[in-house]
Design a protein around this ligand. Structure first.
Ligand code: PEP
Ligand code: MG
Length: 580
């Protein structure tokens, strides 16, 4: 028995026999050609490219594949790569220069490009190397006249063990037969991880040596919740995991039954459960877990890429993609929140002693007006494609909010002058994550349409405890009476002005905190997609009156540890929750 630990990339547990998918490494011949043969070599390449394109069209059109939007986009991007003139120009130039056979020239050109990309500091770019590798291998196989073996023909349920999975293999594979995926390579944002999550196939990636450890047909346990893979388990381990698997499946079935049901308390208070996302590809999972909207799309990932700041057009496309995919469900996009712990060279103050208290988020946007206006233009233009709400991060007081709202009005006026359509009455809200905003929330509430409480930062600033510092992590207490009082104050002030209040910090997705937050009057909880069913189950099995009673009781307590103990005890007794 061998236990390996990797990245828990897609949740769930599976036990099954391994199918070790060996990537072939074709031997590429190298030989000289005469100048007379140049045209013939170019034609061989075009023919191979054409066949590779029709393979991809074939996968797209094959009737036994239920392809998701993501997968169709991926195949389309491969088709586009096959039509990219600049790449083929570099192959042709080299062909003319070296006078070597075309498969060798293609192989070398791709290798150099992959080397360059794999050294990039950007995870997104590094992971795109898989697409280039995939497309070029398909062309190479046609040049070498070899058939590529396919995962589409998998006939029985197996745990797929592989070094890496070409994106088109992941798309083409017979997913019904794949119980789990384990890989040497891959990270949380790789295509394989995204596809595994959207098909709810458990996956553990980044295992480095799993293909050397597992033999074909060997028994494997995959725990996608914890990132553990056990090869050739002993009887005791097998029985233990069989039990965990049964419990997990039962739990999932129970929770998924709730998907189409509303998050409504027993006495009829309707709560909105929404998803938080960092990249557009997460939208499918948000919908499949029963979210009624997006509570926070952190737009900053678009700005943290090495190729520089995104143009208005790039932003517009990304926002439109998310809004359309959410299909008229409300989408809250947060404007740029860089600085502090989220830095990029282009937007960084290098001389700050306290970056967390420094030039970040809305402060940065208000001094880089063109950058801010570009984002607002892209957002307003995208607003016509569905139901969009704009949210400003890190607002600390009314003057800052007024300035941001003035700039939004200026951008609207400019678009009106140019006859560019946008949603005139687009709702605008702010994050409440700075104590001064919470303390003046009665004033701020008169100026906006909604609040969303960002507990990750609100706790950090209220208790003066760096959220990333392990040494003082014991002070980071969501149930600190100071934090609870601020949350209550924000909710009461908002309700007095008729505003609804969301929470998008991690506390909103913590099942232990659900009843307290409900009792404090929270209207909307926004969290990572997988957390939604559990919180929904809690909300549906309690009344608002009970929740208010618990919240009322803890408001009387003086110490965090008393609040913590009272809430955990309550949740342990009242629900079948594993509470630590
Ligand atoms: C928060 O502060 O709670 C929040 C949601 O924002 P972020 O974690 O992106 O700072
Ligand atoms: Mg924050």
């Amino acid at each position: 028995m061998t236990e390996l630990r990797g990245i828990a990339a897609s949740p769930g547990i599976a036990i099954g026999r391994a199918f070790v998918y060996q990537e072939e490494h074709p031997q590429v011949p190298q030989y000289k050609i005469s100048e007379k043969k140049l045209e013939a070599e170019k034609e061989r390449l075009s023919a191979a490219v054409e066949r590779a394109s029709s393979d991809i069209e074939g996968i797209k059109n094959s009737s036994h594949q239920d392809l998701e939007q993501d997968e169709i986009r991926l195949l389309d991007s491969h088709l586009m790569m096959l039509q990219d003139p600049s790449f083929f120009e570099s192959v042709y130039n080299r062909l003319e220069q070296d006078l070597l056979n075309v498969e060798w020239v293609l192989h070398q050109t791709v290798r150099e490009l992959l080397d360059k990309l794999s050294q990039s500091s950007d995870a997104y770019l590094r992971e795109r190397t898989a697409d280039i590798h995939d497309v070029s291998k398909r062309v190479l196989n046609h040049l070498l006249e070899r058939d590529r073996n396919s995962l589409a023909d998998l006939k029985e349920e197996r745990v797929l063990v592989t070094h890496d999975l070409m994106p088109s293999d992941a798309v083409a594979m017979n997913k019904r037969m794949v119980r789990a995926i384990v890989m040497d390579a891959g990270g949380k944002t790789s295509h394989t991880a995204i596809i595994a999550r959207s098909f709810e196939i458990p996956a553990v990636l980044g295992l480095s040596t799993v293909t050397r450890t597992v033999r074909d047909d060997e028994q494997v346990i995959v725990d996608g919740n914890t990132g553990v893979v056990i090869v050739d388990p002993d009887q005791e381990t097998l029985e233990k995991y069989q039990k965990i698997l049964n419990e997990w499946q039962e739990h999932e079935v129970q929770l998924m039954r709730l998907n189409s049901l509303a998050a409504e308390t027993r006495d009829g208070k309707l709560i909105f459960l929404k998803g938080n996302i960092d990249i557009p590809e997460e939208v499918d999972s948000v919908i499949s877990h029963g979210a009624v909207g997006l509570g926070m799309y952190r737009s900053e990932l678009l700005f943290l890429r090495p190729e520089g700041l995104p143009s208005e057009e790039t932003q517009y496309e990304a926002y439109r993609q998310v809004i359309e995919a959410m299909d008229r469900r409300p989408v809250t996009i947060r404007t740029l929140d860089v600085g502090g712990d989220k830095v990029t060279d282009r937007l960084q103050a290098h001389d700050e002693k306290n970056p967390i208290l420094g030039w970040r988020a809305i402060r940065l946007c208000l001094s880089e007006i063109e950058l801010f206006k570009t984002q607002l233009r892209a957002l307003l233009r995208a607003s016509v494609h569905g139901t969009l709400r704009i949210m400003f991060p890190m607002i600390s007081g009314i003057q800052e909010l007024n300035r941001a709202l003035d700039i939004l009005e200026e951008v609207k006026a400019e678009l009106r002058d140019r006859n560019v359509p946008f949603e005139e009455d687009i709702p605008v809200g702010i994050m409440i994550e700075v104590p001064s905003a919470a303390l003046t929330s009665d004033i701020l509430a008169r100026k906006v349409d909604f609040f969303s409480i960002g507990t990750n930062d609100l706790i950090q600033y209220t208790i003066a405890v760096d959220r990333g510092n392990e040494r003082i992590a014991y002070l980071y207490e969501p149930f600190h009476p100071g934090v609870i009082r601020l949350i209550k104050m924000v909710i009461d002030n908002a309700h007095a002005e008729g505003l609804s209040v969301a929470m998008c910090g991690e506390m909103a997705g913590d099942p232990v905190a659900s009843v307290v937050l409900l009792g404090l009057g929270l209207d909307e909880f926004s969290m990572s997609a997988v957390g939604i069913p559990e919180v929904k189950q809690i909300i549906r099995s309690i009344s608002l009156a009970e929740a208010e009673e618990l919240a009322g009781n803890i408001m009387e307590l003086r110490k965090s540890e008393d609040v913590d103990r009272t809430v955990r005890e309550y949740m342990r007794q009242r629900f079948d929750l594993v509470v630590y």
